[in-house]
Design a protein around this ligand. Structure first.
Ligand SMILES: *[C@@H]1O[C@H](CO)[C@@H](O)[C@H](O)[C@H]1NC(C)=O
Ligand SMILES: *[C@@H]1O[C@H](CO)[C@@H](O)[C@H](O)[C@H]1NC(C)=O
Ligand SMILES: *[C@@H]1O[C@H](CO)[C@@H](O)[C@H](O)[C@H]1NC(C)=O
Length: 488
């Protein structure tokens, strides 16, 4: 969204504060997104405990994994289950497949399992422009089939369908929300979807990312991304915008209103700020953004067009080190918590008495060992470059680079970081620290003040994780590592 028009917003603050005070107590608590694209995910029971310890009452999932849903059983936490985009084609083309999906992934858990499922998210940002229209033909029919299946299962009053959409399904030709409408190339499709949701009492779900505005546009005014400190508010026919979240959300409100949908509920499906992998991704900004958002949320303060409380899910609960970094290196660092459930910074969610995040308990770590570059190895060794690129290609080096948490390491530090990431992701297998003539295992922690050389958690501990099949992993790995070093 473009910018800017200078406007002095004296006078607006007092009425807003009064409104906020009146609205206190009317919100239903914050939700969080819980994704599991991680090499070493915490066991679901540990995550559910983490949610409860932090007073989080709603969770949004990206699939309907049995183990996860079983852990949520009788937790009192409301659940949005998800259908991955890859399943849309099948569900669009088969009523039977949709009925099976609902039967196995909703009915079974609701009836006997005591899981409080409230929503089914059909697809995830299926109309993102970078997906080139791949899911345009299948999203609505899949939505219709899932809704029919919910009706048939007798669940449609309790469980609502929705489609989490990226905010690029609408746009504005100016910097003002009132010129907003749905994206031209999917305008008709959007109206059909909104009509279907509206007819079925279902909400519109949108993901809004002020961080991305800043990431994509070097000239974007930093303060406009946050909820405090922007001096040049935009005046849209008397509605004042001093943060891009409000402007973005209200662009959607205008798009809906313009097309005859004044009252459809809007859920913010994802909102958050990453902490690493980009110069604007750090604790300070993440804390400023998330606390700014939460303070308004707790106060029940909406936007100029929709001033009341609304539902939102923070993105996200924990870091996920196996996410695609196609959108950017920050993609693996959206968590309020690190992958192991340790809090990154202080955040008051308004849901506990402690005023801060409560970390995960009883986390089992691997041994205190790291893989680093041998002091005797030379930086000029011809194996250095291929070894680092091999490690980074298969592990996670997104904390290296300009403005990141490990951006200050020297060349040896960089190399050690890459080796260690590979070693930890491979569960500290000896064979995963055999970069030819370059690496060694140490028990001396190479972390610096800002840069964490991680130790992974023990995901094969049978007492923590009842699933079978994980034990085969090291075998595959050994083979993999072996093949690599024979090739080199
Ligand atoms: C239920 O959801 C899981 C996880 O998303 C999926 O793998 C499975 O195929 C679904 N079951 C059916 C019957 O569609
Ligand atoms: C979309 O198209 C672009 C450009 O042709 C291509 O690079 C990209 O891989 C495509 N993405 C998908 C998901 O098909
Ligand atoms: C360390 O690695 C990062 C990311 O690959 C690179 O930008 C930086 O220049 C490296 N630093 C040194 C001292 O080699």
């Amino acid at each position: 969204m473009g910018l800017l028009k200078v406007f002095n917003f004296r006078g607006i603050l007092v009425p807003l504060l009064v409104f906020a005070a009146l609205a206190v107590g009317s919100v239903s608590g914050i939700g969080v997104n819980w994704g599991n694209q991680a090499t070493h995910p915490l066991p679901p029971p540990t995550v559910v405990k983490l949610l409860r310890d932090n007073g989080i009452q709603k969770v949004k999932l990206f699939d309907a994994d049995d183990y996860t849903l079983n852990a949520l059983s009788k937790s009192g936490i409301q659940v949005m289950v998800g259908i991955p985009n890859e399943m849309l084609y099948m569900l669009a083309n088969s009523v039977k497949a949709a009925e099976n999906w609902v039967s196995k992934n909703v009915s079974a858990h609701v009836s006997s399992g005591g899981v409080d499922i409230r929503y089914v998210a059909v697809g995830n940002e299926p109309f993102l422009s970078t997906l080139n229209g791949t899911f345009e033909a299948t999203t609505l029919p899949a939505l219709q089939n899932i809704q029919s299946a919910l009706i048939k299962a007798g669940l449609s009053n309790k469980v609502k369908v929705t489609v989490p959409l990226n905010a690029d399904v609408y746009e504005s030709s100016t910097d003002k929300p009132s010129t907003g409408d749905f994206r031209a190339n999917i305008h008709d499709l959007m109206l059909q979807i909104v009509k279907f949701l509206s007819d079925n009492g279902a909400p519109f779900t949108v993901n809004i990312y002020p961080f991305i505005s800043l990431y994509k546009d070097a000239n974007f005014p930093v303060d406009y991304a946050f909820f405090n400190g922007f001096a040049s508010s935009i005046n849209d026919n008397g509605k004042i915008y001093d943060n891009v979240f409000d402007a973005n959300y209200d662009t959607l409100v205008w798009a809906l209103q313009k097309n005859g949908f004044d009252n459809i509920p809007i859920i913010v499906g994802e909102i958050g700020w990453p902490t690493d992998g980009d110069r604007n991704a750090n604790f300070q900004y993440a804390q400023r953004f998330n606390q700014g958002f939460m303070t308004r949320y707790i106060a029940g303060k909406g936007t100029p067009m929709r001033p009341g409380p609304f539902d939102a899910y923070l993105f996200s609960l924990v870091d996920e080190d196996a996410k695609s970094i196609q959108p950017g290196n920050f993609e693996r660092h959206w968590g309020l918590f690190y992958f192991d459930g340790q809090a990154k910074y202080q955040l008051n969610l308004g849901s506990t008495s402690s005023n801060g995040l409560v970390p995960a308990k009883n986390v089992h770590y691997l041994a205190k060992k790291w893989c680093v570059m041998k002091p005797s190895a030379s930086l000029d060794d011809p194996q250095v470059v291929p070894s680092v690129s091999y490690a980074c290609g298969r592990a996670d080096c997104t904390s290296l680079g300009y403005g990141t948490s490990c951006g200050g390491l020297d060349a040896r530090g960089n190399i050690s970081y890459a080796f260690n990431s590979y070693y930890q992701i491979h569960d500290q297998l000896d064979s995963a620290c055999k970069f030819p003539g370059l690496s060694m295992i140490t028990d001396k922690n190479p972390s610096t003040e800002t840069c964490l050389f991680r130790i992974m958690i023990d995901v094969d501990d049978a007492s923590l994780d009842g699933r079978v099949g994980l034990l085969q992993k090291p075998v595959v790995l050994v083979l993999f590592v072996f093949m690599f070093f024979t090739v080199m």
